[in-house]
Design a protein around this ligand. Structure first.
Ligand code: BYC
Length: 476
């Protein structure tokens, strides 16, 4: 793939300069994006130089360039993965037909809704994380936070490009609305539940990157299968960026677990709060929260929306092309765990309507692999505790479990039991207050806060005491 043209005001590999109307529309959107970034992006660090990677090509091996950038000068742009020659639609009613270079008129509304929902999550996460810089546990972590933030900003660009390029006036209006909604706002909230929750501290941030960004991985992987080729190519490139966000999450939680275990060993006590660490029961409650709100992001177990998007060829399954079936699913069934009365049962349902659940199953297995790695760390310290994913029905708001109270070990319980126990299961205000007391900035190069272990290595081969964010120049 040719490199990205950085001489353009909007770096891109889609020949924007050949489409004057589109270019003008995006150039009008760009200052509004920057206004939004300055208002809702990372608070207090807009004038500092940050050691960031920027995409310079969409090749697997050569896309990243590292260097110091002030965040408002980050080269947000439009990058689509290389087109695949003779790409065919891999599922649904149009299976085998050439992938669509344009939006099929009859699917316009459904497709726009999917793109807007995806796009809405990107600025939402930046808004949720905007206060974290002030309490960073190290310059290394601060830099990672900002890397995640600028890339979420770029993901917004990715969806806005599709809206502007393929959806005419409606698309332009939706692109505006993406800058108007605000995470957690009572009047104009973000679309999906998890993106209106707060990310008040770094424990929440790492949990969010592990659990919620991982929903991003599975949703983008499904949209990457889309018969609408520009969406597929956009998502393919976004997934390479998403991988880093999940790395930040898994390593961040892993380093906290490691530190907690070290403190437990050193002081021969489970109560590491006294020694400035985060105790494992608190970690478990944060896992329970972030996992459950992220499970909701997959939608209801039984969904005609999902069935339609599949049949239309707009949203496939995870690794659709690797699956060995007819890719139409007209006759197939899929086992779904759901609530029936006051019992949790497994029921075979038409596979087409169960696509959300199937994707959630893929996601759950992936989350479990990460939790297993954290547990290995705990075991290596000779500590007899296991972190667990709660039952999929626990603390759910969407789907059949949203109608009942389920314990973390998967029992349908009464409201009274929930009221008596939920403080053991979900982060309490006291937990949040305690975690907040740990959130004191560690900003000297090479220093790490006492509640988190340093990572195994630095960024791009640099040492851990590298000045990943230059704090010398403060915002005016
Ligand atoms: N909160 O048939 P249903 C990421 C709505 S994360 C609020 O059950 P469907 C990222 C639903 O919209 C990935 N509302 O579900 C991560 C529908 O409303 P309408 C984001 C919800 O439609 C970290 C109604 O309930 N990408 O990238 O099959 C940082 C009935 O829906 C929720 C996508 O989500 C909820 N949790 O599936 C940064 C991909 N769940 O339409 C970024 C695009 C459902 O009746 N979106 N509803 O008004 C989709 O594929 C689908 O919209 C969903 C829902 C999977 C979200």
């Amino acid at each position: 793939m040719a490199g990205v043209d950085y001489l353009e005001r909007i770096p891109n590999n889609v020949n924007l300069r050949d489409d004057r109307r589109l270019l003008r529309a995006l150039e009008e959107w760009q200052p509004r994006f920057l206004d939004w970034w300055k208002e809702m992006g990372p608070e207090g660090f807009q004038a500092n130089e940050v050691y960031l990677r920027t995409a310079i090509s969409v090749d697997r091996d050569g896309w990243a360039q590292f260097g110091y950038v002030k965040m408002p000068d980050y080269r947000w742009g439009i990058f689509l993965a290389e087109p695949e020659a003779d790409r065919r639609i891999a599922f649904g009613d149009h299976i085998g037909k050439p992938a669509w270079p344009e939006v099929p008129g009859e699917y316009r509304g459904v497709l726009r809704r999917l793109i807007v929902t995806q796009g809405d999550t990107e600025p939402a996460s930046v808004e949720q994380q905007r206060h974290l810089g002030r309490t960073c546990p190290s310059l290394y972590d601060l830099r990672n936070l900002f890397q995640v933030n600028v890339e979420e900003g770029r993901h917004l660009w990715a969806m806005v490009y599709l809206l502007h390029a393929y959806f005419g006036r409606d698309g332009r209006e939706e692109a505006e609305a993406l800058l108007q909604r605000r995470s957690g706002d009572g009047d104009k909230p973000r679309i999906l539940g998890a993106f209106n929750e707060q990310t008040p501290d770094w424990l929440s941030f790492f949990m969010f990157c592990f659990f919620t960004d991982r929903d991003g991985k599975y949703q983008l992987a499904s949209l990457q299968e889309s018969g609408f080729d520009p969406l597929s190519r956009t998502c393919r490139f976004m997934l390479t960026e998403e991988a880093h966000h999940m790395f930040v999450g898994e390593m961040g939680v892993g380093r906290i677990v490691q530190k907690s275990c070290e403190l437990m060993r050193q002081h021969r006590s489970d109560d590491v709060r006294r020694y400035g660490g985060i105790d494992l029961p608190t970690m478990q409650r944060y896992i329970n929260f972030h996992y459950s709100v992220s499970l909701d992001l997959f939608g209801s177990e039984i969904s005609t929306n999902a069935a339609n998007a599949f049949t239309m060829g707009l949203k496939g399954r995870f690794e659709e092309t690797k699956k060995d079936d007819d890719h139409r699913l007209a006759e197939a069934t899929y086992p779904v765990i759901c609530l029936e009365g006051d019992r949790i049962i497994t029921r075979d349902v038409p596979a087409l309507t169960a696509l959300n659940e199937r994707l959630r199953d893929d996601y759950i297995a992936d989350c479990q692999r990460g939790v297993d790695r954290w547990n290995r760390t705990i075991k290596e310290h000779g500590i007899d505790v296991e972190l667990r994913l709660p039952h999929r029905g626990f603390h759910r708001a969407i789907g059949s479990f949203g109608e009942a109270k389920i314990s973390p070990d998967g029992r349908v319980i009464t409201e009274a039991e929930w009221d008596a126990k939920h403080r053991e299961w979900l982060p309490t205000p006291e937990d949040a207050q305690f975690v907040a007391t740990l959130m004191r900035p560690a900003v000297e190069p090479g220093r790490f806060a006492g509640w988190i272990a340093p990572p195994a290595r630095g960024i791009n081969g640099l040492p851990l005491d590298h000045e990943y964010v230059r704090l010398t120049r403060k915002e005016g």
